[in-house]
Structure formats: structure tokens, C-alpha cells
Write a protein that binds this ligand. Structure first.
Ligand code: UD1
Ligand code: CA
Length: 454
């Protein structure tokens, strides 16, 4: 029996009070729906179908290339009606797994447990016990199995006292579900076609309905507003950091780090407080990330240290580099081994070879810097002429004095030296010294201007 996963994502999400559709709200840097899709993808379903409605175009566009089946629910008439929209192309011989687009922390393991532990001809709902079940559908059991689900608005006092609630996740044989959905009515407090009503229909047809309990509430929490979104963010961050700690990554404070993407770490990595990782980030063995750093789409080699307050994006480093404090590596910054990039240095689309140092107050853009180069404080590669970008080449062993402007395109030869304060517009040959500054004048007894009226 194959598996068809149907994800309900047509709801409006008014309580978000946002122009962005609810299922596109970001959680750990990925839209809510993306997390549910990841879970569904890991389940080896034959078919993943998203029922969409509000914000439809934007939602579809965000996941255009994911090989999904999209079904429009033009009017939101209830969860049962939503599932019904996806049924025409769902094969009778499959089982259907229903997920909600606004329940993003559900794990693949829990879905697998639900699908695998349920006999193929039976129905199962994922439930959880809550101290305060207000607002949710209540699980009414008889014997061990589930008898029906009663929505809060339709519940009497006895039913309201039940603390086991419906999470919305359900598995069911497709052929039977098709029949039950066709018989759904909307004669209830909300005038909606409730998916939950198929439970009583199943029981009526002699089908056993299992209530499978989720391990934790956070895993099945639904996101309706910004407060719940923030709670889910913290819960997910805690889960991601726990996984990294289990692999040996050290954190000064597991609560003060944010991972918005995938962070892959070697052995003995240490991460201090307020580090933010975005996109795919790789940290080699023994990398240290000091406090207040943003690292996005970058790969840092073994033994590299990022001192406090750096902004690193689209960069790669070799081993044992030292970056910052207060450095900025922009896309295309490629550092080899033992490179030092110091405070207030910006590096963009440039390669820096082994052992070179750019320690203070410098802009390196569109440059190729050789091995063992020393770039003095306040040096600028003037790469942009107002229309085009040009390249600066600094060869192995060159020494660039402080305050030098290198007007690109320009090349500095092997072991060349440039005296402080030069504006270099022509090639400097190998082993040459280039000096470019006017002679110092002395004016003896110079009277400084004084302030008028004093
Ligand atoms: C639903 C369940 C309730 C459960 C709760 C868990 C029903 C009738 N009730 O209630 O038992 O305890 O979830 O959070 O199923 N949606 C559509 N189209 C619609 C209506 C909803 O796609 O016409 C989608 C929403 O986008 C959302 C999901 O279905 O992802 C749940 O809808 P919602 O209106 O939030 O259901 P609840 O009233 O919370
Ligand atoms: Ca809900």
C-alpha cells in the first residue's frame, strides 16, 4: 500500500496580522509550510499534495520546483472539504496521511510511527494530552480505541473535560476516506465540513480508530499568531542545538544561538553567545565563533577563529584563519590557510593566499592576493570607476604600506614594497619599491587660526 500525503494549507491565518500568508511565515529561516514539506518528503510518500487557498500564488511560487501536487480550495468550507479537494487524484489503493501546514515541528519519526503502527485497513489519529485543552477537538475513547472527535464548539461539559485532543494528523485508507468525505454534512456549530467527523463514520462501519499519542506538545503545536510563532522558534532552536551538542559542538549558552538553515560542524567546535547562522554553513574541526557573529552561506576551515562582531556571507576559509573582531567577509571572499583579516576590514570577491595579513581598516574588492603578503592599515583597492569593476593583483611577498590606494586595474609584483600614503596607478615590478607622495614641507613659526570674536 502506497502513501499519499495531503497537507492542508488553505486557511487564512488572520491572527498573524501580516501581509504574508501564514504558511509562508518564517520559522528558523524557512517558511512554516517548508518544514511540513521536509517532514513529508522524508516519509517516502508516493505523492505529496498541498491544498492551498489564501495567498495561493505566493505559496505556490515559494515551492515551485518541489514536485508537489497543488489543489486549490477556493472557499474554505472546513478541513473535511479541504481533504476532499485532494481526493480525485489520490489512488484508492493508497493510504492517506493528512498533515496541517501550520504544524511545523512534527517529526518524521512520529509520522512513521503513526503510519507503521496502524494496521493498513484501520484509521489512526495523532493525539496529545493538554493541561488546558480549550479550543481543540476532544478525543472521545471507548475501550482502548477512539469513538469520535468532538470539536470545542460542539462539545458538552463532559466532553470539554477531556484533556486528550486531536492534533489534526490522521492516517486512513484512501478508498474508505473517499466514501466518508462524500457523506460529510456541515450541520454543526461552525457550519463547516469537519474532517474529524469521519472518525465516527469509521467506527460506524466497524473500522478501528487508534489514538496514537505524540511525545510532546511542542511537536504538534499549531501556529496561529506571532506569539506561537516565537514559541515554536525557540522550541525548534532548542531541538537544533540539542542535536549539535549531541555531536560534540560546544555552546556558551544553548539559548543564545540561532540556526536558520543547516549548520554542519566538525569536532571541538565552540560557539559563543549571540551567533546567528543562516543558510548552509560548515565549520571545520576546532573552529571557534566568538560572540555576536552572523555567518551566512559560508564554510570555515579547521582551527579558524572568528572574533566578536563579524558579518560573514558567502565566504570560504582554509585552516587556521583569524577573522575580526569587526570584520566583514562578503560573497566571494576566499581565504586560504593562516590568513588574518583584522578589525574594520572588508573583503569582497577576492582570493587571499596562505599566510597573508590584512589587519586593519582596509577594503579589498576584486583582488587576488598572493602568499605572505602584508597589507597595511587603511589600504583601499579602488576597484570601481563608476561604471565597471577592475581587478587588483598583489603578488607573493609584497608589502603594502599604510594608507595606500591601489587604483585598479593594477598589479603589484613579487616582493614589491609600496611606501605609505601612495596612490598606485601603474604596475609595480617585482622586488621594486614604489613611493608616491609629495615632499614634506616645513613652515617655521606657523600661526594657527584663532576663533573669531575671542
Ligand atoms: C482543527 C481540528 C481540531 C484540532 C485542531 C488542531 C477539524 C474540524 N478540527 O481545528 O479537532 O484539535 O485542528 O490544531 O479538523 N484548512 C484548510 N481549509 C479549510 C479549513 C482549514 O485548508 O477550509 C487548514 C488550515 O489552513 C489549517 C488546518 O486546515 O492548516 C486546520 O484548520 P483550522 O481552521 O485551524 O482548524 P481548527 O479549528 O484549529
Ligand atoms: Ca488551528
Amino acid at each position: 500500500m502506497g502513501l499519499s500525503t495531503i497537507i492542508l494549507a488553505a486557511g487564512q491565518g488572520t491572527r498573524m496580522r501580516s501581509a504574508l500568508p501564514k504558511v509562508l511565515q518564517p520559522l528558523a529561516g524557512r517558511p512554516l509550510l517548508g518544514h511540513v514539506l521536509d517532514c513529508a518528503a522524508a516519509l517516502s510518500s508516493d505523492d505529496v499534495c498541498v491544498v492551498y487557498g489564501h495567498g495561493g500564488d505566493a505559496v505556490r511560487k515559494a515551492f515551485e520546483d518541489d514536485g508537489l501536487r497543488w489543489v486549490l480550495q477556493a472557499e474554505q468550507l472546513g478541513t473535511g472539504h479541504a481533504v476532499q479537494q485532494a481526493m480525485p487524484d489520490t489512488p484508492d489503493e493508497n493510504r492517506v496521511l493528512v498533515l496541517f501546514g501550520d504544524v511545523p515541528l512534527l517529526t518524521t519519526a512520529t509520522c512513521e510511527r503513526l503510519v507503521e503502527e496502524t494496521p493498513q485497513d484501520d484509521v489512526a489519529v495523532l493525539t496529545v494530552d493538554l493541561d488546558d485543552p480549550t479550543g481543540y477537538g476532544r478525543i472521545i475513547r471507548e475501550g482502548g480505541s477512539v469513538n469520535c472527535i468532538v470539536e470545542e464548539k460542539d462539545a458538552g461539559p463532559e466532553e470539554k473535560a477531556v484533556c486528550e485532543i486531536n492534533t489534526g494528523v490522521l492516517v486512513c485508507p484512501a478508498d474508505k476516506l473517499r466514501g466518508w468525505l462524500a457523506d460529510l454534512g456541515n450541520d454543526n456549530a461552525q457550519g463547516e465540513y469537519y474532517l474529524t467527523d469521519v472518525i465516527a463514520m469509521a467506527v460506524n462501519d466497524g473500522v478501528t480508530v487508534h489514538g496514537v499519542k505524540a511525545d510532546s506538545w511542542t511537536e504538534v503545536m499549531g501556529i496561529n499568531d506571532k506569539k506561537q510563532l516565537a514559541e515554536a522558534e525557540r522550541a525548534l532552536q532548542a531541538r537544533l542545538v540539542d542535536e549539535l551538542m549531541a555531536h560534540g559542538v560546544g555552546f556558551a549558552d544553548p539559548a543564545r544561538v540561532d540556526i536558520r538553515g543547516s549548520l554542519t560542524c566538525g569536532k571541538d567546535v565552540f560557539i559563543d553567545i549571540n551567533a546567528v547562522f543562516e543558510g548552509d554553513v560548515e565549520l571545520g574541526d576546532g573552529v571557534t565563533i566568538e560572540s555576536n557573529n552572523l555567518v551566512r552561506e559560508s564554510s570555515l576551515g579547521a582551527g579558524t577563529v572568528v572574533h566578536s562582531n563579524c558579518h560573514i556571507e558567502g565566504a570560504t576559509t582554509g585552516n587556521d584563519c583569524e577573522i575580526g573582531p569587526f570584520a566583514r567577509l562578503r560573497p566571494g571572499a576566499e581565504l586560504a590557510n593562516n590568513v588574518k583579516i583584522g578589525n574594520f576590514v572588508e573583503v569582497k570577491k577576492s582570493t587571499v593566499a596562505d599566510g597573508s595579513k590584512v589587519n586593519h581598516l582596509t577594503y579589498i574588492g576584486d583582488a587576488e592576493i598572493g602568499k605572505g603578503v602584508n597589507v597595511g592599515a587603511g589600504t583601499i583597492t579602488c576597484n570601481y570607476d563608476g561604471a565597471n569593476k577592475h581587478k587588483t593583483t598583489i603578488s607573493d611577498g609584497a608589502f603594502i604600506g599604510s594608507g595606500v590606494e591601489l587604483v585598479a586595474p593594477v598589479k603589484v609584483g613579487v616582493n614589491a614594497t609600496i611606501g605609505a600614503g601612495a596612490t598606485i596607478t601603474k604596475e609595480v615590478g617585482d622586488e621594486e619599491l614604489a613611493i608616491e607622495r609629495s615632499r614634506q614641507k616645513a613652515v617655521p613659526g606657523w600661526q594657527r587660526p584663532t576663533k573669531k570674536g575671542s
